[in-house]
Design a protein around this ligand. Structure first.
Ligand SMILES: [Zn+2]
Length: 182
């Protein structure tokens, strides 16, 4: 998804990166009347405001990534920022509001790995209980540029499909399996 030199800097209202483990910034006061919000007050257990009836619904964040094939290998980037700093994953990042998801996937591949990719197919939509991030994964291949680490990656690597390193995020193994069996 997205990997800014400091992903958090470009995601002021969201988690620092796709995957499990990030924290929501909690909003303590009602945006309508400034009374203190009460945990679990909403009909589905959301925080809410007994004074005016406001309920705070948290929306998911949409992230996307692409398993990029290049010369028979899989292109991965090694993250230089949290979460999962130092770990390998495929180019991925958050979708901006109003951005076409496929464009976001291509943008991330270019920003993180210096390659222009064409998307061949969607691999799946991945979500997990308690994880605010919904991840949409694609398969693609390099159609331009040369693999080079962007600001959000220590390095770019090309790996044989049957010899991939341990990947950073919880959905990554399922995504790679979907890519292999596609
Ligand atoms: Zn209120």
């Amino acid at each position: 998804m997205t990997g800014p030199a400091d992903e958090a800097a470009s995601e002021a209202d969201g988690p620092a990166g796709p995957g499990p483990g990030h924290q929501h910034l909690e909003q303590r006061f009602c945006p309508q009347c400034a009374a203190e919000l009460v945990a679990g007050w909403g009909p589905g257990g959301q925080p809410g405001c007994p004074a005016c009836g406001y309920v705070r619904f948290d929306n998911p964040k949409v992230a996307t990534g692409v398993v990029v094939e290049h010369e028979g290998k899989v292109l991965l980037v090694r993250r230089n920022h949290e979460p999962m700093m130092g770990r390998w994953t495929f180019p991925s990042g958050f979708v901006d509001a109003g951005e076409v998801v496929e464009d976001a996937a291509r943008r991330e591949a270019f920003e993180e790995a210096g390659v222009e990719v064409e998307l061949d197919r969607i691999l799946g939509v991945y979500s997990a209980e308690g994880d605010p991030v919904v991840f949409i994964a694609y398969a693609g291949r390099v159609v331009g540029g040369a693999p080079e680490a962007g600001e959000e990656a220590y390095e770019v690597g090309l790996f044989a499909p049957d010899d991939l390193p341990d990947l950073a995020f919880q959905h990554d193994p399922a995504i790679i399996e979907a890519w292999r069996t596609g």
